[in-house]
Write a protein that binds this ligand. Structure first.
Ligand code: SF4
Length: 332
């Protein structure tokens, strides 16, 4: 729902200011449409039906993983830009959303499907919230990570504005995470913001030369400057920053890379999440399981806590780094 349009429309109708909160409150709770907003007068509901589309996104396609129940949705914005979002359902009851912040991405990380598609534009606050609301209409949700299409810190104003409203949808700030490839101005902005959001940094290499090959953004914002900003963020909230590290076979997954990584990171501030690589048709192969295990043990020998991500939704191209493959073919 375009919240700016909602506000303007209610103002034009001469409605009291609490009407906006009523309509938003119902929407955030996952009602299917204006008809279900019991305390909003029928006359107002009819006007909104005619003037304010219930969602700023149109659902184009939806797929459910036969392996783990992950659901991936492809939307189009009003101007026809593809946007993908994913709902992950865990056995312990958690419902976690992976949201997009941009249609496409201007950065060109070489392992990422989104990076190979044409950049469209930043998504508006409402387009970000409407991804979450789509899934909220299916079930309650409790976690959000900005790890879908796009680099969220390049669209930080709209991302933060959407995060301000996520508690109404059921997701607290502490259960919201922004994953960045190291767009320094965005991280610095996050440091200023009084929101205890989880920060994750996609590092993917333990030194600048290799990192620049995998992620060209490193040439603009070198690793040490980005890690400095992450340390500041960790200290501000007394909360670990997650280091995301995608395991690319024969590229960044050797034991000596793990030693470099171990020496680089302070265990009091960082936690490492190793990500088995998902095939996206790029130049890379996945690491062997035994290679990942050896890498993990070496990193842990430096006192760093590590996890190995269980990829979800692989059969529907909904796993990390895979978003855009479907959007590309559908939008072509
Ligand atoms: S990894 Fe993130 S920043 Fe890099 S190209 Fe993909 S979407 Fe963009």
């Amino acid at each position: 729902m375009d919240l700016e349009l909602l506000k303007t429309t209610l103002d034009e109708l001469g409605e009291p200011s609490y009407r906006f909160d009523q309509v938003w409150g119902w929407t955030a709770k996952g009602v299917a449409g204006y008809a279900e907003m019991g305390n909003v007068p029928l006359r107002v509901r009819e006007e909104l039906e005619a003037k304010v589309p219930f969602s700023s996104l149109e659902l184009v396609h939806q797929q459910e993983s036969q392996i783990d129940g992950t659901i991936k949705a492809l939307f189009h914005t009003k101007d026809g830009r593809p946007v993908e979002a994913v709902l992950m359902r865990f056995l312990d009851g958690r419902r976690s959303l992976c949201l997009s912040s941009q249609s496409g991405c201007p950065l060109t990380c070489t392992f990422c499907a989104t990076g190979s598609m044409k950049f469209g534009r930043n998504l508006t606050t409402s387009e970000i919230l409407d991804q979450a609301l789509h899934f909220r209409r299916m079930s309650e949700v409790d976690h959000v990570v900005f790890m879908g299409m796009g680099e969220p810190t390049m669209n930080i104003d709209n991302v933060l504005a959407s995060i301000h409203r996520l508690p109404d949808v059921g997701v607290t700030h502490r259960r919201t995470a922004i994953s960045t490839v190291g767009w320094l101005p965005g991280i610095l902005r996050m440091i200023e913001e009084p929101l205890p959001i989880r920060l994750a940094l996609s590092l993917h290499a333990p030194e600048d030369e290799l990192r620049s090959q995998i992620m060209p953004v490193n040439e603009r914002y070198p690793m040490e400057d980005v890690l400095d900003a992450c340390r500041t963020y960790a200290d501000k909230w007394n909360r670990d920053v997650f280091i995301e590290y995608v395991m690319l076979g024969g590229v960044n997954d050797q034991v000596w890379h793990a030693h470099q990584l171990g020496r680089l990171l302070d265990p009091k501030r960082f936690k490492v999440n190793l990500i088995p690589y998902n095939p996206t048709g790029s130049i890379y192969d996945a690491s062997e399981r035994s290679t990942i295990q050896a890498f993990r043990e070496t990193v842990e020998s430096y006192g760093l806590r590590t996890t190995v991500r269980v990829n979800r939704g692989r059969d529907i191209d909904g796993a990390c780094g895979q978003l855009a493959a479907k959007a590309l073919s559908d939008a072509a």
